[in-house]
Write a protein that binds this ligand. Structure first.
Ligand SMILES: NC(=O)C1=CN([C@@H]2O[C@H](COP(=O)(O)OP(=O)(O)OC[C@H]3O[C@@H](n4cnc5c(N)ncnc54)[C@H](OP(=O)(O)O)[C@@H]3O)[C@@H](O)[C@H]2O)C=CC1
Ligand SMILES: CC(=O)N[C@@H](CCC(=O)OP(=O)(O)O)C(=O)O
Length: 339
């Protein structure tokens, strides 16, 4: 431990959007001390993120697992793109540094599934085998002893937490489930690309990767585990002209006639004692959860279908916030610390 028993932390990929959100949460955390931020460019962190001026006086350094170990780093948060992330995770683990990986590299248990959906083969199957999927509300008990936490994807959290009570309660048909999701543009990260250029995406809404988005198998993997038999979803993401926030509308077919009150009761029971899931009677909007680690859920029964509405901040609950929630669980801290 570092100062006054604080855990020493490195943040990788310092110039990015999830990194800055993570740093802001960790600066408030009483048991965390950021001792290193890595980047491919040696700039002060506050040059990348002026919002950190006067709050974090570190210069970014190139990634070097041995150098991080020499600084006493105990936990590294990987805020790198998938593919690049697995290059960093293996040497960190070799140094005995625990890792929370915000990328998708260690989320899918089956490396063949990774190759199929990510278009490249997985080359760290050794560590994939012991990675824990870090969705605290479902896998929290496994996180505490994990050396490598695969932080969950932003969209998948709305799909998985939105459907888990129905799947666990054997209330719905497990195929043909529709998950329609809307995301703000920060979901695509900070690296510029034509589709995210202001005149391209402002005042416009579009679906993308229809039928082939890589979050489909991630949602199915967790729900199949919850349900004990295969679950299939049709996941359609949309880009909407907002900075941040995800809103998912989910349609499922009940196996028998259900009332809204019964479905609501099932959600309330399933999420009892889960401080970051708010089961609401009113309809959520992204404004209610942006800036927080909450995921908001509401349910309706309409013409024989169950409709679930799920909303979160993609950068906090969808990435950096749930990463700190996992960090808390890894150290036996109250999961609410830092928020
Ligand atoms: N944005 C979101 O809402 C969510 C993102 N995620 C995942 O979190 C991770 C980080 O996302 P985000 O912060 O949005 O992404 P950004 O693009 O904003 O940041 C990623 C950072 O990684 C570094 N980087 C980029 N390319 C490479 C490379 N080839 N090799 C090494 N480092 C590289 C860069 O930092 P530098 O230039 O300093 O080296 C870059 O700023 C990704 O895996 C993403 O999929 C997960 C959930 C939600
Ligand atoms: C709007 C937008 O482009 N969103 C990103 C979200 C992906 C993400 O950040 O999640 P991973 O960690 O699984 O890569 C996308 O659809 O690719």
């Amino acid at each position: 431990m570092g100062h006054a028993g604080k855990v020493k932390i490195a943040v990788l990929g310092g110039s990015g959007y999830t990194a800055v959100e993570l740093i802001k949460i960790l600066l408030r955390h009483p048991h965390a001390e950021i001792v290193a931020v890595t980047s491919r460019d040696a700039q002060p962190v506050s040059d990348y993120h002026p919002s950190l001026l006067g709050r974090l006086d570190l210069v970014c350094e190139p990634f070097d697992a041995a150098a991080l170990k020499a600084k006493g780093v105990q936990v590294a948060f990987g805020c790198l793109p998938h593919g690049a992330s697995m290059e960093a995770v293996a040497p960190l683990l070799d140094q005995g540094i625990r890792v929370v990986d915000l990328s998708a590299d260690y989320r899918l248990r089956d490396p063949n599934l990774y190759a199929e959906w990510y278009g490249e083969s997985h080359h760290d199957t050794k560590n994939l085998a012991h990675a824990v999927y870090g969705l605290p509300e479902i896998y929290g008990a496994n996180v505490r002893d994990a050396r490598l936490v695969a932080n969950p994807g932003c969209y998948p959290q709305t799909g998985i937490l939105g459907l888990a009570p129905l799947v666990a309660g054997k209330l719905i048909e497990q195929t043909g489930i529709i998950v329609n999701s809307l995301s703000g543009v920060s979901g695509a990260g900070r690296t510029p690309k034509l589709a995210y250029h202001f005149p391209e995406c402002n005042e416009s809404v579009t679906a993308y990767n229809v039928g082939k988005h890589r979050h489909t198998p991630e949602i199915e993997q967790a729900l199949t585990h919850v349900g004990g038999s295969p679950v299939q979803v049709i996941f359609t993401p949309h880009l909407v002209p907002m900075d941040r926030g995800i809103f998912s509308t989910i349609y499922a077919t009940p196996l028998r006639a259900v009332s809204e009150a019964e479905v609501l009761a099932q959600y309330r029971e399933y999420y009892t004692g889960k401080p970051f899931v708010r089961v609401r009677t009113g309809l959520p909007s992204t404004k209610d959860s942006v800036g927080s680690n909450f995921i908001d859920l509401a349910v309706r029964v309409v013409r024989g279908k169950i409709i679930v509405l799920a909303s979160e901040d993609n950068l906090i609950r969808g990435a950096s916030g749930v990463a700190v929630q996992n960090f808390n669980l890894m150290h036996g801290f109250d999961e609410r610390i830092g928020f």
